[in-house]
Design a protein around this ligand. Structure first.
Ligand code: APR
Length: 306
């Protein structure tokens, strides 16, 4: 397999954890970029020094220059501020719009052929902001659905006392409090969730999934989650790098699918070497469709603000 080049913009908690995990999985050579001098260099060197003991034959470099991003196959955008207690993801809109917008312009100049995964919040609106510099719609997407689904799965496995490997979950819609954990499309070893978990407990788990991000912010107090986000980014990158054609929930561009147009939002997407190779349309019940339409409306209102 050809060796890929992965650039990660933002060497904060999510960016550096992603760099470490991507290097340890051998997904490709990693470039870690930040606006602050010294941070990417220090973290990049530290990760690079871990590769011999990890047995990972990849290079890792930290930098402040977009010259090093040239020829990247994948660019992950994590630059921006994270939430503090009391803040919603939408509260980050103004600050992160400026950051993501300037980062995207530089990424576009350095690596116009790359596949871009946006992680900065509010996620669905930030993918739109990044897309404005002109990416083919299949080559830009947001990471949120994999994270929301892994949170959902971890709670289900804990409650049902089964291996996480048996749990398959799916979360649809925007990466906000209105996200739609789809119990109907989730299961334990192919068996409906209701066979293992009571309706009341399942409702609690759905609610906890929706608030999964803020639960961690409230514990940490100084920032937001990064281990599960980094693992989720790597799952998407692995599908692309290995051309797996793996169906994962991600914020993909809709051009009529699900009755929505011109919006990036969480849907099942087939990921392979060309990025989002197909958006999979699920048959939704009336109430699921109504909830999805509300999500689209909310994301569009944020798009108008930016
Ligand atoms: N260019 C490059 N890096 C930047 C820029 C910029 N214009 N502006 C800020 N950064 C960097 C910061 O210097 C910092 O190192 O982005 C990094 C953000 O790191 P953290 O503050 O640790 O935030 P993190 O937890 O990584 O979250 C980053 O991902 O999950 C989302 O909501 C989260 O929007 C947030 C983003």
């Amino acid at each position: 397999m050809r060796k890929h080049k992965i650039s990660i913009i933002g060497a904060g908690m999510v960016g550096s954890t992603t760099a470490y995990l991507a290097a340890s999985k051998g997904l490709g050579d990693v470039v870690l970029v930040d606006i602050v001098e010294g941070i990417p260099q220090g973290k990049g060197l530290d990760i690079s020094e871990s590769t011999p003991v990890l047995g990972a034959s990849v290079s890792v470099k930290g930098t402040n220059s977009y010259d090093d991003v040239k020829d990247s196959d994948i660019v992950v955008i994590t630059a921006g501020v994270a939430r503090k207690p009391g803040m919603s993801r939408d509260d980050l809109l103004k600050t992160n719009t400026k950051i993501v917008s300037s980062v995207s312009e530089q990424v576009k100049k350095a690596a116009p052929q790359a596949i871009v995964i946006v992680v900065s919040n509010p996620l669905d609106a930030m993918v739109y902001v990044a897309s404005k510099v002109g990416w083919a719609k299949n080559r830009i997407m947001g990471m949120a659905g994999v994270l929301d689904s892994t949170r959902f799965a971890s709670f289900i496995a804990e409650e049902a006392k089964v291996s996480v490997e048996n749990v398959h979950t799916f979360v649809l819609g925007g990466h906000g409090d209105q996200m739609i954990p789809l119990t109907r499309y989730s299961n334990i070893a192919g068996v409906p969730l209701e066979q293992f978990i009571s309706k009341a407990k399942l409702d609690n788990i759905v609610d906890r999934t929706r608030k999964g991000g803020i639960e961690i912010v409230n514990h940490l107090k100084t920032g937001s989650a990064y281990y599960a986000p980094a693992a989720s980014i790597c799952e998407m990158m692995e599908a692309i790098v290995k051309d797996k054609k793996k169906i994962l929930p991600c914020a993909a561009y809709l051009d009529g699918e699900y009755g929505a147009k011109g919006v990036f939002i969480g849907v099942p997407a087939k990921l392979g070497k060309d990025g989002v190779e197909q958006v999979i349309e699920l048959k939704l019940t009336d109430s699921e469709k109504k909830a999805f339409d509300e999500n689209v409306k909310h994301v569009k209102s944020l798009m108008e603000e930016v």
